[in-house]
Design a protein around this ligand. Structure first.
Ligand code: BG6
Length: 296
């Protein structure tokens, strides 16, 4: 697996806007710079950290305190959670990390290309008996497709999430639509209670940590930033909505105490009871497209 930026450039750079270079902490990253957008992806974690479509401000949130040491998961951007979500780890592996292994291991570059003005970068890695391929399309939209193949001789079941952190003007002033009527697991402060979302847009007044059982698309309305973010997905039967609020933000060393009002996570996912089971050799692809527009 190539890691040296020069060697990666020799094989995969695209003259129309994709190069590799050392980023924060000297970690290797892909930099996308085209008329349509600017973006960055670290090979550590297969982690998209920036995406700024032309004519808009930065869409993804990245903590000022994020650690780039090649060990810890990067706080912000789009961590990939796999093969489990949160602490739903196997009972025989109590010391295994939250959100699985994908976000802390180094991914390799499988392919780069350009079609119809969109730059595409495909990363790959293996985790246990799974092969992962992650195709990321950079343009005025951000297109994410995570493909998992079961390479074991037996059936396997996993969870996954594209744990996307969005920059918002002020958490108290945004609204989410699209999850009306969906059941959700409320997990704040150790609770594990099932609720049903009402018909009103979702607003935020306290720590929020919910796993919605919903395949619906979500719209993030942010009138103060004069933008609407559309999150459209396929093969994803769960959506996580998270803001840590004051105390939980304070408890995280890589999350500034004053940063929590400026972000929200909206994560396309498949989480218990919506796990994915694959027969030997079978493949599953979950996709998410993020699009920004300015409401009239
Ligand atoms: C969210 C979970 O997706 O990720 C939260 O719903 C969790 O419970 C958060 O706190 C951050 O997790 P981590 O492991 O990156 O601190």
């Amino acid at each position: 697996m190539l890691n040296d930026p020069q060697a990666l450039n020799d094989q995969y750079a695209l003259t129309r806007g994709l190069t590799f270079s050392p980023g924060n902490g000297g970690l290797t990253r892909a930099v996308i710079d085209t008329d349509a957008c600017r973006a960055e992806v670290y090979l550590h974690g297969g982690h998209v950290t920036r995406w700024k479509p032309a004519g808009h401000d930065e869409v993804l949130w990245l903590s000022q305190h994020a650690v780039f040491d090649g060990q810890k998961a990067i706080r912000g951007g789009i961590p990939v959670c796999f093969p489990w979500f949160a602490n739903n780890k196997p009972v025989d592996r109590p010391d295994a990390p939250a959100h699985g292994y994908a976000r802390t291991q180094r991914w390799g570059v499988l392919e780069t290309n350009e079609t119809d003005g969109q730059i595409q970068l495909t990363l790959g890695t293996t985790i246990n008996d799974y092969a992962l391929s992650y195709r990321i399309g950079f343009g005025r939209e951000l297109d994410l497709a995570l493909t998992v193949t079961n390479r074991a001789g037996t059936e396997q079941t996993f969870e996954e999430a594209l744990h996307t952190y969005f920059t918002v003007s002020q958490i108290r002033r945004i609204m989410l639509t699209g999850l009306e009527g969906a059941q959700y697991l409320h997990t704040v402060a150790g609770a594990n209670t099932l609720h049903t979302e009402g018909d009103s847009p979702i607003t935020f007044t306290a720590e929020t940590d919910r796993v919605y059982r919903s395949a619906q698309n979500v719209v993030l309305h942010d009138p103060d930033l004069q933008r609407t973010i559309h999150i459209e997905k396929s093969n994803s039967d769960s959506t996580v909505v998270w803001n840590p609020w004051i105390d939980k933000a304070k408890a995280m060393s890589d999350f500034g105490e004053d940063e929590w009002p400026g972000m929200v996570c909206i994560e396309s996912a498949n989480i218990t009871p919506n796990t994915v089971t694959l027969a030997p050799g079978a493949t599953h692809t979950m996709t998410t497209t993020v699009r920004v527009d300015t409401p009239a």
